[in-house]
Design a protein around this ligand. Sequence first.
Ligand SMILES: C[S@@+](CC[C@H](N)C(=O)[O-])C[C@H]1O[C@@H](n2cnc3c(N)ncnc32)[C@H](O)[C@@H]1O
Length: 366
Amino acid sequence: MVQPINNYTVIDKKLLAGIFKQYAIECRTTPLYEHLSLKIADDPELLELAAFTKDKQPLPNMLFAAVHYLLLNDTQEELADFYPNLKITNRPIEEAFPIFKAFCEKQYDTIKHLIATRATQTNGINRCAYLVPVIASIAAKENKSVHLVEIGPSAGLNLWWEDYKIQYEKETTFVEYGASDSKVVLKTMLKGDFMPRLDQPVNIASRIGIDQNPVDLRQKDQADWLKALIWPNHTNRFGRMEAAVELACDRTQNFLIKGDTIPDFRAAIDSIPRDQLVIIYHTHVLYQFSQQERESFWQMLEEVSKERDFYYINAECTRTQRIKHETADTPVELVTYKNFQKTETLVAITNGHADWIQFIQENWNL
Ligand SMILES: C[S@@+](CC[C@H](N)C(=O)[O-])C[C@H]1O[C@@H](n2cnc3c(N)ncnc32)[C@H](O)[C@@H]1O
């Protein structure tokens, strides 16, 4: 049974309950988590367990991920009946909570250890769907092989896009890019009529990813943790992740470097000869930087531009970027540093997981 911990006050419990109630609102598209969050909010023992979550990590995400992580390796558990990505059953969600709670009690120590030691982590593979056309256009224009430098690549899955099949759907038609027989199939809806050219070959000369917490997919527990953070009814995302992990897990991990400082990023860029074509990019990373770190990062890019030409793509849903591009969604921005001139272009708007993309036709003159 759950042991009482620490010295929570009534106010703390109210605070924790409030966090789970808020999460229930945020995860409305995942009825299982919505239902469980509301039940947990009224359950002092589960709130106490969730409170073991590592500092600065979101409690509900961590508790649900820990449970999901354990189920991935034990789909015989009755609780797995409620996870559409693990089993096809039609059990009503209203039956889930007592089974969820019993599972948490049985696995109490393991869950406590997982949430106390791990952190949330994602790798949104579908984001390749907007990166690829930009990179392909740059490569075609420069007619050179490309050196890729990704900041905050997580497991580095957005550095292997030429091995994926990407489908761009527009009503009943779709355009396809990449490896037609790939098991990793990315899908996105096109908003607007414009689709950039995709028939331009890209030669990758090298790839480097620098992350403060790189995920080593050869370690099954790391790959499973990445999967566990996906909401269970997002079966497409889950399937994509499973296929991508299978594709990438036996590849060399040398391209992934552990690092999180400006000198680390600078060293990676400087490792590429100055006459080579470099594309630096990051997606959904800078919101984890402090404002000071963001300023230093951009300043570093300015310094680099005094020594070489390069291209820089970012997709960040930060307030600053949204205001700058007058959108409530995620702007995809291309910054060209060429001959000491800097040009910023909004090339697309998208949502967090690139379920849809609107390429901005008038700006697509790369
Ligand atoms: C939300 S994930 C996005 C991962 C990937 N870019 C994607 O779009 O799927 C943010 C990533 O940024 C990394 N990160 C955060 N701050 C960082 C820093 N200062 N230096 C390097 N990586 C960082 C995290 O470890 C994590 O892998």
